[in-house]
Design a protein around this ligand. Sequence first.
Ligand code: MG
Length: 260
Amino acid sequence: MIEILTPAELDRARDSGALVAEILQALRSRAAIGTNLLEINEWARVLIIEAGATSCYVDYEPSFGRGPFGHYICTAVNDAVLHGKPHDYTLADGDLLTLDLAVTLRGIAADAAISFIVGDARPAESVTLIETTERALAAGIAAAGPGARIGDLSHAIGSVLSEAGFAVNTEFGGHGIGSTMHQDPHVPNTGRPGRGYVLRPGLLLALEPWAMVDTDRLVTDADGWTLRSATGCRTAHSEHTIAITEDGAEIITVPSPVRD
Ligand code: MG
């Protein structure tokens, strides 16, 4: 099912998106060398509850995970890229950390992810990976708007990833979002322009390019959730939720100026 939100629901989506962005920003500023992933999960739990929101993850039990996720945020380090289950791990200088967060506020979900390097080290490979997924995300957003097709977004995202030399995995990509976190349409991270569902005002989409240095294959961690690169190489992931409006595409997972 594809949901088209009313203008009132879109306003609520903007609040959900701002909350996700603000929590991610707060967690990014607090995550440092010596921070444990379980601490990040606890900070996320408190910030979500304080805001009167609910986690989309805690009870989430999809076919691709083992049992309810049980945590409030995905934390993926280095070779871990998607669905990273927080565990007892202490961050070190140069770790590439991805935080992926989805919450529901007043009935509407928003979803975003950021990758960044912990500490002062700046390994060139990690910098390139992160910068490429961010550029792919920007290209996907630039291709979005009323009348555009899903294939246009997928093509824009995939072109940036492949031109940077990364093989594109099509098992996991972006998705529609609204009253629940994962909805149709699926937004693969590669595709052909001019194909697929035609975007309409009121549609919410989560776009999420991700990349691995030297493989397109994933392996599942012993925790039944965390997806890692098959070769152990580093990975990155960037995600925003966008709203299709009459005028174009609006990124909703940005901090709200009203809240500051
Ligand atoms: Mg998502």
